[in-house]
Write a protein that binds this ligand. Structure first.
Ligand code: GDP
Length: 360
């Protein structure tokens, strides 16, 4: 998928942004790696696009991984954009216009370990930000007697298990469902959930064997398509809005911003306003950078320049005066708007972030 595939005339549907949360060691990183890995194998070369700080999985790749679980003609959202840094800190610092930057979340729970302090913390964060989520009940391959079927959909691999292993898994899954219910959520195995707005779907997965990954991608795609389509409708050619993931020194470019763009476009040479430690920073984009495809990486030359990029995507922005920019701060393209208004917008958003940091 090229960077402009998310466009459909002026108005288009952007890729939903997905975050991964959960207790330490429950498998957040492994799950993201597995999702990237399976999609690389299933897709044609270059089908998944590595962004800065994020990975985009286009619909056709989701559909290849999901196989018979989904019919791609039911979807018009372009795919899923996974934020590469899992965890609560990145989730809470990454915001967009007062809400969560992520449109949807995966809460990873180790089926053996159940709910742990950070699981509960994650649930509270998701509740507060009203972010829809699914639960990935991970490490199903560790159920005693489990016979792994690499990358298989869950029903298929479950049917291939002994009765004992299968019912052992059910038992563990019902514990997770019970724990969700203790937290005030109606939850069930995802295949029994009709309405994902009122109910949490539990998806059994293994980040080790890839079992259940087809199901997880199907559920995320379905949830986004069904309940978030309106939020994904953006003016894809409008002035860009994004959130700073990281402020980084980059050889040859000075201080750069890793940004997740969630609205509109950003172009080379445009004036942007960025949230800073003191006051909003007004500067001009010197370069928009994407990671070079792995096959083409030469040392010193990890990035390639693009003239323009559309939401949703992760990009690196090189510009002067970025030293006092902050992670979590808003980035706005000014374009044909009144610059003072854009500055006021950024300032208002910053004060919101600061108030919350003080409250924590
Ligand atoms: P994080 O802290 O939540 O990011 O957890 P990691 O992804 O680092 O995983 C913690 C440990 O659990 C690592 O040793 C992983 O190899 C292991 N792990 C993660 N997912 C699975 C799984 O599905 N099955 C098995 N057997 N091990 C897993």
């Amino acid at each position: 998928m090229s960077d402009t595939d998310t466009r459909d005339g002026e108005h288009g549907l952007r890729t939903p942004i997905v975050a991964v949360l959960g207790h330490v060691d429950h498998g957040k990183t492994s799950l993201l790696d597995k999702i990237r890995g399976s999609t690389v194998i299933e897709g044609e070369a270059g089908a998944i696009t590595q962004h800065i700080g994020a990975t985009a999985i286009p619909l056709d790749v989701v559909s290849k991984v999901a196989g018979s679980l989904i019919d791609p003609s039911d979807f018009d959202l372009p795919g899923l954009l996974f934020i590469d840094t899992p965890g609560h800190h990145s989730f809470t610092t990454l915001r967009s216009r007062g809400g969560a930057l992520a449109d949807i979340a995966i809460l990873v729970v180790d089926v053996n370990d159940g709910f742990q302090p950070q699981t509960l913390e994650a649930i509270n964060i998701l509740k507060q930000s009203q972010t829809p989520f699914v639960v990935a009940a991970n490490k199903i391959d560790t159920v005693p007697g489990w016979k792994p079927n690499e990358d298989a959909p869950i029903q298929q691999t479950k049917e291939a298990q002994s009765d004992r292993a299968s019912s052992m898994l059910d038992e563990k899954l019902y514990e997770v469902i019970g724990e969700l219910s203790d937290e005030g959520f109606t939850a069930d195995m995802y295949w029994r959930v009709q309405d994902f707005r009122g109910n949490i779907g539990v998806v059994p997965v293994s980040a080790e064997t890839g079992e259940g990954i087809p199901d997880l991608l199907t559920v995320l795609m379905g949830l986004a398509q069904r309940y978030m389509k309106e939020d994904m409708a953006i003016d894809v050619t409008g002035p860009g809005a994004g959130t700073v993931l990281e402020v980084k020194e980059e050889k040859g470019f000075g201080t750069t911003l890793d940004v997740v763009l969630y609205d509109g476009t950003i172009r080379e040479d445009e004036t942007i306003v960025v949230g800073g430690m003191d006051d909003p920073i007004v500067t001009d984009v010197r370069a928009i950078l994407k990671p070079r495809p792995l096959a083409e990486i030469r040392t010193e030359d990890r990035f390639e320049k693009v003239e323009e990029i559309a939401a949703a995507s992760g990009v690196k922005i090189a510009a002067p005066e970025l030293d006092r920019a902050m992670a979590g701060a808003p980035v706005r393209v000014v374009r044909d708007r009144d610059i003072e208004e854009v500055i006021a917008e950024v300032r208002a958003e910053l004060s919101e972030i600061e108030v919350e940091t003080q409250e924590q």
